[in-house]
Design a protein around this ligand. Structure first.
Ligand code: SF4
Length: 553
């Protein structure tokens, strides 16, 4: 097996000519901050805010918080101020951030693909009940997201999380954001390789490490050894995707530079084979390139995708090997293609003869109470653990065959069905105007009503049609890769009024037929007209489709 151990060495930064225009790249000596975000990170390492939260702000209250911490460094602890209630989406861009700020926080707790025990699920639920007005959403980055947190409660919440091996460190901010891991790692019969230990090791070594706490912007990681590519690897900054090398066997290809929002780009394959135990070193190399060569002048260009687009994958690989790893990566002559899309909803056999059960809360909306009920069911039916998915779903792992029926009935009773309608299974929604300061439109509640209506109008839909509802152009619910990708914006209604609505991106997908949805100028729809718009497009598809033709084909 090739030796891929990372040999730390001072990067030489000699490979790439200095650009004509300063992009703020540290590797070229541009260490003077070029915008206020860079200045804030230079003034004080954002991870230092943890102690101020624990020992000052939580004791002295909201008004004691330094504004530079409140609207900047708090994010590194997974904390954002939430949107003040009652401000409509038309005002989102026109008000100063402090005018939108509520005195309560949203907190993201990262799961990083971990198998959550019943005790961990119960702890997550009890935090929602005790500190967050019973909120606890499952996000498409495998986080639990709370709302209505006050600063005084944060130390107690962290204590409960730490007791079950969880935390909110670097769940937001210009940092290594929560990792996506395969929900069926280690148990799926058709898995190529189990990447669990690699994700654990990346977290152990690098989360909370000040070498990686000042990145140009967010840095998203995904890792899967499952052949369905169940973590949306195309849309992450770095993805490790299971592959089989003809000589060396199972390992991971490395994909770099994915991201949506404005200027969406799919991650590009380096075409390499990395063994399991070298994954953390390669991760550190890719993150190091982003830290040192990433663009810092403009926030809108400060994602890895822009560097990858400018360099190309050949140069990226060369810099990674020469400057960061000190060794050459093994090329993989047979890069993998995914099998059909799998979100793991439903009942599936494990390789050990037991079963895993994927359940579908509606658009990830869960509650603290529901998580406590789920933990009780897990205990009652001896379920080994639960994982969150990249599709706002939950998967219960390790269910004995003779306990399946009882568990499924119990899940139905608490509203977590493993047999959802096609619409409920395939619709996601971001946070939206209820809590997000950037939002222009409502998303979760709108999507819930949409699902109910489409279930009524198309009760027997026999094919998956994906709907991703987003409250603004930031694409947190992956606007461009759904059959109906909905980007929230103000639109003009029939009477000429500016009202909540969506730009539609049609026919996008990840996986087997990965492509960005088409954005047609004419396909703008008011929020009120959304049900009828989707009904009309789907009705046309159902009438015109050929045998076996999927919606996006
Ligand atoms: Fe907020 Fe926009 Fe992201 Fe939705 S897409 S959560 S509205 S930033």
């Amino acid at each position: 097996m090739p030796d891929l151990r990372f040999k730390p060495q001072p990067p030489q930064f000699t490979e790439v000519p200095r650009p004509r225009r300063a992009e703020g790249q540290w590797a070229f000596g541009y260490t003077e901050p070029l915008n206020k975000n860079e200045q804030s990170k230079k003034d004080d390492d954002p991870l230092n805010v943890r102690d101020r939260i624990l020992y000052t702000y939580s004791k002295r209250g909201f008004d004691s918080i330094d504004p530079a911490d409140l609207r900047g460094r708090f994010r590194w602890m997974g904390l954002y101020t939430q949107r003040k209630p009652g401000i409509d989406g038309g005002k989102t861009g026109s008000l100063e951030e402090e005018e939108l700020d509520d005195r309560y926080f949203m907190m993201r707790v990262r799961s990083d693909g971990k198998l959550l025990s019943a005790d961990a699920v119960r702890a997550l639920g009890s935090i929602g009940v005790d500190f967050a007005r019973d909120t606890a959403d499952v996000t498409d980055r495998q986080n639990i997201q709370y709302h209505w947190i006050d600063i005084e409660s944060v130390p107690a919440i962290w204590e409960r999380l730490e007791a079950v091996g969880l935390h909110s460190t670097e769940a937001c901010g210009d940092s290594p954001r929560p990792f996506l891991g395969s929900p069926v790692a280690g148990i799926a019969a058709d898995e190529i390789i189990d990447g669990t230990t690699a994700l654990q090791e990346i977290e152990r070594r690098y989360i909370g490490d000040k070498d990686f706490s000042n990145l140009p912007r967010k840095f998203k990681t995904a890792l899967t050894g499952h052949p369905s590519h169940d973590v949306s690897p195309e849309t992450n900054d770095v993805s490790f995707v299971g592959t089989v090398h003809p000589e060396h066997g199972p390992g991971f290809d490395v994909w770099v530079g994915g991201g949506l929002s404005t200027n969406p780009m799919f991650a590009q394959k380096l075409g390499v084979w990395v063994p399991l135990d070298a994954v953390p070193d390669v991760w550190a190399g890719v993150a190091g390139i982003f830290r040192d060569y990433g663009y810092r002048r403009l926030r809108s260009r400060a994602r890895l995708k822009f560097l990858v687009a400018d360099w190309g994958v050949e140069k990226f690989r060369e810099v990674l090997e020469k400057e960061y790893l000190g060794t050459e990566l093994v090329s993989n002559p047979s890069p993998e293609t995914p099998i059909a899309h799998r979100d793991h909803v439903g009942v599936h056999p494990q390789k050990d003869g037991r079963y895993y059960v994927g359940v579908a809360p509606t658009v990830g909306r869960v509650s603290g109470t529901l998580l406590v009920q789920l933990a009780d069911l897990m205990d009652e039916y001896d379920v080994t653990g639960a994982r969150l998915t990249a599709y706002q779903k939950l998967v219960l792992i390790g269910v004995d065959g003779d306990k399946l029926d009882g568990l499924l009935a119990g899940l139905d009773e608490i509203g977590l069905t493993a047999r959802p309608s096609n619409w409920r299974q395939n619709t996601m929604a971001c946070t939206g105007i209820e809590f997000c300061k950037l939002a222009i439109v409502d998303t979760k509640e709108r999507a819930r009503r949409l699902i109910a209506e489409l279930e009524r109008r198309f009760p027997d839909l026999d094919t998956p049609i994906t709907v991703n509802v987003n409250g603004c152009p930031n694409a947190c619910a992956r606007t461009q890769v759904a059959d109906f990708g909905l980007k929230g914006q103000l639109v003009t209604d029939a009477e000429g009024n500016q009202v909540e609505g969506f730009q539609v991106h049609l026919g996008g997908a990840t996986g087997l037929r990965a492509n960005f949805g088409r954005k047609l100028r004419a396909h703008k729809v008011t929020s009120a007209g959304l049900d009828d718009y989707i009904t009309s497009v789907v009705s046309n598809y159902l009438v015109d489709r050929n045998d076996g033709e999927a919606f996006g084909e």
